[in-house]
Design a protein around this ligand. Structure first.
Ligand SMILES: N[C@@H](CCC(=O)N[C@@H](CS)C(=O)NCC(=O)O)C(=O)O
Length: 206
């Protein structure tokens, strides 16, 4: 198995899940600006969409889209705590959260990464929308250790990376006490520490 990734990007999410499951995996970095991989390949030949993450499965299938890669990893490893089996309502709760994070939070951060987006629009429109959504996540965490209760599930890996972006863009996460506590706890998790270390991000996130 191989994961194409970019330091600190959303490809950190499948890396966390790979480490959570202790799966053997090769990692190759991608320069997203020039669309070149570490080994010098044209990244468009690997993913015509030009985005990370890309997972090459042990069966040589190329799989893209974070939320789907995560499901593939958990299902292949029969990791029923990360993603409960078909028919169990808990599975659809995991998918409900994955869909929310990918379509609302992940996409919501997009303009903040775009240097051509006017700062005024970022400050007055994009950030307030993101804050409202993070406030919703904070409320969900009031009585939950993890986003869906007692156990770490796929959306927790995704939310962790969204929180690192929130901090990067100086959204004041102390506004959300439950989210702050959740982030601090997740940071100490073995798979997350390992993933941060592998991408050279331990200091940036501490
Ligand atoms: N729909 C994709 C989007 C992935 C995505 O936004 N990747 C970013 C990095 S976090 C990227 O590669 N951006 C560069 C580009 O799209 O050109 C997914 O959910 O996996």
């Amino acid at each position: 198995m191989k994961l194409y990734y970019t330091k600190g990007a959303c490809s950190l999410v499948p890396r966390i899940v790979i480490n959570e499951l202790q799966l053997p995996c090769e990692f190759e970095s991608v320069d997203l600006k020039n669309k070149r991989t570490e080994k010098g390949d044209n990244f468009y030949t690997i993913n015509p969409k030009g985005s990370v993450p890309v997972l090459i499965t042990n069966h040589h299938e190329t799989l893209t889209e974070n939320a789907v890669i995560l499901q593939y990893l958990a299902d292949s490893a029969k990791a029923e705590q990360l993603l409960p089996p078909i028919g169990n309502m808990a599975r659809y709760r995991v998918l409900e959260w994955l869909n929310f994070i990918t379509t609302e939070l992940h996409t919501g951060f997009g303009p903040l990464f775009n240097p051509n987006f006017p700062q005024e629009v970022k400050d007055n429109i994009i950030v307030p929308i993101l804050k409202r959504k993070l406030g919703f996540v904070n409320n969900q965490l009031e009585h939950n250790k993890f986003i869906l209760g007692e156990y770490f599930t796929l959306p927790d890996a995704y939310l962790f990376v969204m929180m690192t972006w929130a901090i990067h863009f100086k959204l004041n996460i102390t506004e959300w006490p439950h989210l702050s506590r959740y982030f601090s706890d997740l940071k100490e998790r073995k798979s997350i520490q390992q993933s941060l270390q592998e991408e050279g991000l331990l200091e940036a996130v501490s």
